[in-house]
Design a binder for this molecule. Structure first.
Ligand SMILES: [Zn+2]
Length: 335
């Protein structure tokens, strides 16, 4: 599921393409929206702003109309130079906004609605969101703690951190990585977690998520630096590689043999080499991580059974919460 950093990055890309640009076409290919007449209702209106709150993305048009999107598990926002091939099939597009230079496409819904601005302010879901972990400005820790303490105190803290009413934007990856960085067992009851410990999770993930939002992934917490605090500091300072593998992959740098191509999802392994420093080309498109990248870049997420990078204890993985999302943790480092 795309987390807050991914959505903020999408808002940045969508906003860059749409704000100030003349919109030449709006299409809603998804039959569900066939009768909504969005193309007619939005015709001639410019996009004023595109912003994100947690995992929600809002495209604000002139004249008090806002498109509200939530990607849930599998949706995606794509921004393509006109004429460039989309990365998902056209039949999966729910919304296409065209300018002279770009196609902005929302794929695979599943939540896409056109609201008046006043409704976005009073919409129960949007109005109920906790402080946004990625947003600019100071993170409101007082509001976060008030919401956390009003929540069910018997819930495990890992579950409470995923509840967007407590803090908006944290998903399964950042929950697992944040609890690890804070040394906090995600199974501990919220009542037994101090305010300082809860805030430590947010303080650990916030700079990393903001960096990821700016850069556009991949999600990386382990910077080849086994001390979590140092890894976070290094990422914040921006002086580390964006992705560090434990060891070079077999065949790296050479054309991939067929078997390797299959393992890495059809892409040649050269793309999995350590990414260049950000400063090398800040305008370069981000690399899309596959699972193997992700495991290489995290302390615990998707590393079930592998040795902890700090203490070598096997990382544990178990479903947590109503949605049974897998949580990953080190039983030695996290208490
Ligand atoms: Zn450990």
């Amino acid at each position: 599921m795309p987390e807050g950093d991914t959505i903020h990055n999408a808002a940045l890309r969508v906003g860059t393409a749409l704000v100030g640009a003349e919109i030449v076409e709006i299409a809603t290919p998804q039959p569900r929206h066939g009768a909504d007449r969005w193309p007619e209702r939005l015709a001639g209106r410019a996009v004023r702003a595109v912003d994100a709150h947690g995992k929600h993305l809002l495209v604000r048009f002139e004249g008090d109309l806002t498109l509200h999107s939530h990607l849930r598990m599998g949706g995606k926002w794509g921004v393509y130079a006109r004429g460039r091939r989309w990365t998902r099939a056209a039949r999966r597009a729910w919304l296409v906004v065209r300018t002279r230079d770009h196609d902005v496409v929302q794929f695979d819904g599943p939540l896409l609605e056109l609201l008046t601005d006043s409704r976005t302010r009073f919409d129960r879901l949007l109005a109920g969101l906790g402080p946004d972990v990625v947003a600019d400005g100071d993170f409101d820790e007082v509001a976060f703690l008030r919401r956390l303490r009003e929540d069910d105190q018997t819930r495990p803290i890992g579950e409470a951190l995923l509840d967007q009413r407590n803090v908006a934007g944290i998903g399964n990856i950042w929950k697992s990585e944040g609890c690890f960085a804070a040394g906090l067992d995600p199974w501990r009851r919220t009542a037994d977690v101090t305010d300082a410990e809860a805030c430590a999770v947010v303080r650990a993930v916030r700079p990393l998520m903001r960096e990821s939002a700016r850069r556009g992934g991949p999600t990386v917490t382990f910077q080849g630096e086994p001390n979590p605090a140092a890894a976070v500091a290094r990422a914040v300072a921006g002086d580390g590689p964006t992705l560090q593998l434990d060891r070079p992959l077999p065949g790296a740098g050479r054309p991939a043999p067929e078997a390797t191509r299959r393992i890495v999802g059809g892409r040649p392994p050269t793309i999995l080499q350590t990414a260049p420093r950000r400063s090398a080309d800040p305008g370069a498109p981000s690399r899309r991580p596959d699972d193997r990248d992700r495991r290489a870049g995290t302390f615990v997420y998707e590393r079930g059974g592998l040795p902890c990078r700090v203490c070598s204890t096997p990382i544990r993985a178990r479903g947590q919460g109503d949605d049974n999302r897998t949580t990953y943790w080190c039983p030695t480092c996290q208490r």
